[in-house]
Write a protein that binds this ligand. Structure first.
Ligand SMILES: [Zn+2]
Length: 97
């Protein structure tokens, strides 16, 4: 008999997103709730220069920047939409041991 372990993350289980500088490892954690309440502009965290001086290489107003902003906003807003519907949605992830 073979068993396979699968792991899923429901969008409503996501409480924050993290942006980490690939150069120095400094991170900023943005709570989803604050995005929903408009208390934080996630776009600023995407385009701004890190304290170490490294650029994120996401330009202001570019399509890829707008897509990442849109993704974060969808991530924050979709749980409320899904809650009102008759469907469960989750992302499959690698299971940690
Ligand atoms: Zn940095």
């Amino acid at each position: 008999m073979t068993f396979e372990k699968t792991c899923f993350v429901a969008l409503e289980d996501v409480i924050a997103v993290r942006f980490t500088c690939a150069n120095c490892g400094t991170s900023v954690i943005v709570p989803v709730k604050e995005m929903l309440e408009g208390k934080v502009d996630v776009g600023l965290h995407i385009v701004r220069r890190c304290q170490c001086g490294e650029e994120s290489n996401f330009g202001t107003g570019t399509l890829e920047t707008e897509n990442l902003i849109r993704f974060n906003k969808l991530l924050a807003g979709l749980p409320a939409t899904l809650k009102a519907r008759n469907i469960h949605f989750a992302l499959q992830i690698e299971c940690s041991e």
